[in-house]
Design a protein around this ligand. Structure first.
Ligand SMILES: Cc1cc2nc3c(=O)[nH]c(=O)nc-3n(C[C@H](O)[C@H](O)[C@H](O)COP(=O)(O)OP(=O)(O)OC[C@H]3O[C@@H](n4cnc5c(N)ncnc54)[C@H](O)[C@@H]3O)c2cc1C
Length: 422
């Protein structure tokens, strides 16, 4: 297609988290004008915003292209080259290896660092911080979309018009709600305690030395510890930070407002420490105890959607496919969504928007649907919950064949690159 014949197209992205900023990169690279609307007042920084996540090789390569300076990603992340599942026996005080994959090839990032990398590499003034999306309307001819947003500081409402609206507004997407009213997230049956212990300056303390003896591959290994009806995760982040999660089966908690992250009281933290001592090795429990401000995420996903675009409105990231975290998918899926969407828009141009969005959907929907369902299965296995065949996994008696689905590489499309990105 003759690029000169194309008009300069404009995308409005709602949500300035990982999906939204990735879409901004992908679309700017494809020659689009982009405006990102984000309700958070300013770019998030520092420790309160998030914890760790794993980046797969395809996503590493996409990020490196967008950042222009590949060393930035390398310098901001840690290798995660081993994926190890192990059964913890708290009585015997040992971890017994169930699976070990030394070709894992992921990298560990701190959420706020990744967000900052993406944001700093965008042209200035693309993101409208402190703008809450209110509503949209599609023009009669279906070729443009008008978005109304409220400036949070002043309560003023402004309108922005563009050719396409990209919903990157997360798992509780209000744009998805317009097309699929009443659709609810599915509670997984468990919540995750999460925390990041900052050991910078303290890396030679007894607690850290003991931890490194019990988990000798820290710094390059994703450790998944399995016990009866529960599992935990431990890996290292850059700057001597230790990222941990502990998944606990429990009824769906009542939580306030529009978030799946819950505030915790000091009593809850103390109780968590007591319970952890009954399940995990003392070296790991000690790390949990020393972590300031652990928090809880209630874990949800959603049955795969049948479609992820309507006219000139398209869903990406968690808005399109809320998922449980067991396959380290949500951020990776979000970034690949953005990259594929950018390539589809580049290929078809704004004149053939429907073809572009249709191709995006036909590439991504089969992949993300299977990945969400597989991640759900991994969660059931690791939490000892009942599987569709009526069985449940017990790490202390599991045979090698029972452990295959514990591994990250069991994820469908694990190392596949969509041809449009080659
Ligand atoms: C602050 C923060 C910290 C996180 N930390 C981690 C982490 O440590 N580890 C991990 O695995 N995942 C983390 N996540 C989730 C992770 O970003 C996502 O699961 C994944 O990357 C997909 O991202 P997303 O952009 O699709 O969704 P989200 O990250 O959920 O982003 C949605 C964005 O849309 C914005 N938004 C929603 N509604 C509106 C509206 N009406 N108007 C304007 N903006 C709106 C939200 O403020 C948010 O920035 C975090 C998310 C956030 C927002």
């Amino acid at each position: 297609m003759d690029k000169k014949a194309m008009k300069k197209a404009k995308a409005i992205v709602v949500g300035g988290s990982i999906s939204g900023l990735s879409c901004a990169h992908a679309l700017v690279s494809s020659g689009w004008e982009v405006v990102v609307v984000e309700k958070t007042p300013s770019p998030p920084t520092g420790s309160p915003t998030g914890a760790g996540l794993g980046l797969d090789p395809l996503v590493q390569s996409k990020l490196s292209q967008w950042l222009m300076q590949p060393h930035l990603l390398q310098n901001t992340t840690m290798p995660l080259s081993i994926d190890q599942n192990q059964a913890t026996d708290v009585q015997m005080k040992i971890n017994r290896t169930l699976t070990r994959d030394e070709r894992y090839n992921f990298r560990a990032a701190y959420w706020a660092d990744l967000h900052n990398l993406l944001y700093s590499a965008l042209p200035s003034n693309i993101v409208l911080w402190g703008h809450k999306f209110l509503s949209f309307s599609i023009s009669d001819c279906g070729t443009s979309v008008e978005v109304k947003t409220k400036i949070v500081e002043t309560d003023d409402v402004i309108s922005i018009t563009g050719d396409v609206l990209i919903a990157a507004d997360g798992c509780l997407s209000s744009i998805r709600e317009v097309f699929l009213p009443g659709l609810k997230l599915r509670y997984s049956g468990y919540c995750a305690w999460r925390g990041v212990l900052d050991c910078s300056g303290d890396e030679h303390t007894e607690a850290i030395e003991d931890l490194k003896r019990a988990y000798p591959d820290l710094g390059r290994c994703l450790y998944l510890n399995l016990s009866s009806g529960t599992h935990s995760v431990l890996y290292e982040l850059l700057n001597k930070r230790l990222n941990w999660l502990w998944f606990v089966n429990q009824p769906e908690p009542v939580h306030e407002g529009h978030s799946t992250t819950m505030k915790v009281s000091s009593d809850m933290v103390l109780k968590m420490h007591e319970e952890a001592e009954k399940v995990w090795l003392p070296e790991f429990t000690r790390i949990m105890k020393e972590t300031a401000e652990p928090f809880i995420n209630a874990i949800y996903d959603m049955d795969p959607l049948e479609r992820i675009y309507w006219k000139n409105v398209v869903l990406v990231g968690d808005a399109a496919h809320p998922t449980t975290p067991h396959g380290a998918r949500s951020t990776n899926m979000a970034i690949v969504d953005a990259a594929v969407l950018g390539q589809c828009l580049r290929k078809w141009g704004v004149e053939r928007l429907d073809s572009a969005l249709h191709e995006y959907q036909s590439i991504r929907l089969p992949v993300v649907s299977q990945q969400v369902l597989h991640s759900r299965r991994m969660g059931l296995i690791k939490q000892g919950l009942v599987l569709p065949d009526g069985s449940s996994f017990n790490p202390s008696t599991a045979l090698p064949k029972d452990c295959e689905d514990l591994q990250m590489q069991s994820m469908p499309f694990f190392s596949e690159t969509p041809p449009i990105l080659m």
